[in-house]
Design a protein around this ligand. Structure first.
Ligand code: FAD
Length: 503
């Protein structure tokens, strides 16, 4: 990638025109949820970041509607969760296939539910946060060319004022499922088409379902209903007939028909304010990094919307990569950036498997197979331990990163919102950076990072900026200092450390 031939012009009309180059540390393409989160993180760590977005306005389209518990936890660590929750509806349980219920209320989280809120709300909150942290977001600028050299990368975009060029140390492609960056590099996006025609509609229902989130699938179709909390409902529908014949178009009557077949009622379908359809693919990049370019969100992986995973996974990608880019810019070793792919690619693969399994179960055709599916799912969901693991996986709370050999079992898991002498752990993470959480009563060592003290009995923890546990042990041992040094450039003299903490 460091060779000049990696120069790629997405549209060739601009040739070798000479332009002014604007310098920054990281340039992000795409101000969707993944790009804005990434920019917010890099800016929070004090680096110059520019987001280039082709849309002039924030997209009013609401694709995602479900925000999972782990994303809410992450947003809480940046002070963004409470406002979002106040504007949405919470679903403490997912009701699938009439009678199979997956409870979320026992998730070990401050947010034991799925938040139903339009994606535009999440996108808006993240963009405001990025700007507040100091990121520059340039709207109405479409990236048309990238050029990489040994020590920087240049990005050209067409804007209303003409062509603008930015030069940065790193580029983050957050430009969605049809990523122009991915295409311009000629990177394969292996996978397949799952369903060719999924219909979306936002409608009013005069007889809405009892549960917050409802899904039902019969042999020939499925329907999904979730409330936005303001009288409007998101409907996601699939009909085998429409899948087989792409020329068929959905209209209000077709939607009513699918609802009746899948749900047994049309729930008093009324005004429809918006309709759209999309093709659902299942694809993942083989490597989330290509030289100075990193891929996050839909640019790196796409999968079925079943399980409400896309936005959530993209936001978590960005949370993982953001502080690592900042650490690299501050002089941390190359292994820190390498760990982005190592940690996030397996999670993306798991999301493809789990959301794919769900959509395949929803589209099972023959009745005997459906009866078996319903019985198995009901049984699995009624087994508390297994239901808890499934809820942990879909909510993201149960997902973990690989830990070094011999590490404590908590290393790589997300830190719970521990009660601290100074408040809550998630609140204390708001300024970014690592936290050393001391055991109750332990003396405060000299660390170079912020130190807090837990109030309940338990070991000391070193917590990463993205809220994952990096180390667990006895703070007085000073062992956390080696781990901190591994991830950052923060070096503390280990001996001075131990001496201090034993005082
Ligand atoms: C029907 C449906 C329901 C869904 N429901 C859920 C759900 O409940 N929960 C969930 O977690 N996920 C859900 N998703 C998935 C979710 O919408 C996506 O995963 C999410 O939007 C991906 O965010 P992103 O930032 O990676 O990409 P995007 O949101 O696609 O943002 C990419 C941005 O890049 C910009 N861009 C592209 N090319 C260029 C260029 N050349 N120059 C400048 N800018 C460019 C685009 O304008 C866009 O703003 C759903 C998706 C669908 C289709």
């Amino acid at each position: 990638l460091t060779k000049p031939e990696r120069f790629a012009i997405v549209k060739s009309t601009f040739g070798d025109m000479e332009v002014n180059v604007e310098e920054c540390d990281v340039v992000v393409i795409g101000a969707g949820p993944s790009g804005s989160m990434l920019a917010a993180e890099v800016a929070l760590a004090g680096h110059r970041v520019v987001v280039i977005e082709k849309r002039v306005e924030t997209s009013p389209l609401s694709r995602a509607f479900g925000v999972q518990a782990r994303t809410l936890e992450a947003l809480d660590t940046r002070g963004l969760a409470d406002d979002l929750i106040a504007g949405g509806t919470t679903a403490p349980m997912l009701s699938l296939w009439r009678g199979a219920e997956l409870p979320l209320s026992s998730l070990p989280s401050r947010f034991p539910f799925l938040l139903v809120t339009p994606q535009a709300e999440v996108d808006g909150a993240l963009e405001r946060s990025a700007r507040a942290n100091g990121a520059e977001i340039v709207r109405g600028a479409e990236v048309v060319g990238i050029e990489e050299s040994d020590d920087h990368i240049e990005v050209r975009a067409v804007t209303a004022e003409g062509i603008r060029t930015w030069r940065a140390r790193y580029l983050v492609a957050a430009d969605g499922a049809h990523s122009a960056v991915r295409a311009s590099l000629g990177l394969p996006f292996p996978g397949k088409v799952l369903l060719r025609t999924i219909q979306l509609a936002d409608a009013r229902l005069t007889e809405p379902p009892r549960d917050v989130v409802n899904v039902n699938a019969v042999g020939s179709c499925f329907a999904f209903i979730a409330p936005f909390g303001d009288g409007w409902y998101r409907l996601i529908l699939w009909d085998r007939e429409h899948e087989a014949d792409e020329r068929l178009s959905f209209d209000a009557e077709a939607i009513r028909g699918v609802l009746r077949r899948a749900m047994g009622t049309d729930h008093g379908l009324g005004e429809i304010r918006w309709m759209s359809r999309f093709q659902s693919d299942e694809r993942q990049l083989e490597n989330y990094r290509s030289g100075r370019i990193f891929f996050v969100g839909d640019a790196a992986h796409v999968h079925s919307p079943a399980g409400a995973q896309g936005l959530n996974t993209g936001v978590q990608d960005a949370l993982n990569l953001g502080w690592k880019l900042a650490a690299d810019l501050d002089g941390a070793g190359p292994h820190v950036l390498e760990s982005y792919h190592a940690e996030r690619h397996p999670i993306g693969a798991l999301v493809l498997r789990s959301s794919g399994a769900m959509i395949r179960m929803m589209t099972v055709g023959p009745k005997p197979a459906r009866l078996i599916r319903n019985a198995v799912v009901r049984r699995v969901f009624s087994t508390k331990r297994i239901a808890g693991r499934i809820a942990g996986m879909f909510s993201g709370v149960g997902l973990r990163y690989p830990a070094p050999r011999g590490a404590d079992r908590l290393v790589g898991t997300r830190a719970p919102d521990l009660a601290l002498a100074e408040g809550r752990l998630f609140e204390s993470l708001r300024g970014g950076g690592f936290r050393l959480v001391l055991e109750p009563g332990a003396s405060v060592p000299d660390t170079g990072i912020r130190v807090v003290t837990r109030t309940d009995p338990g070991p000391a923890l070193l917590v990463r900026p993205d809220g994952y546990v990096a180390w667990v042990g006895v703070s007085a041992s000073g062992d956390w200092a080696d781990v901190l040094k591994h991830w950052t450039t923060t070096s503390t003299t280990r001996t001075a450390q131990v001496r201090q903490s034993q005082r």
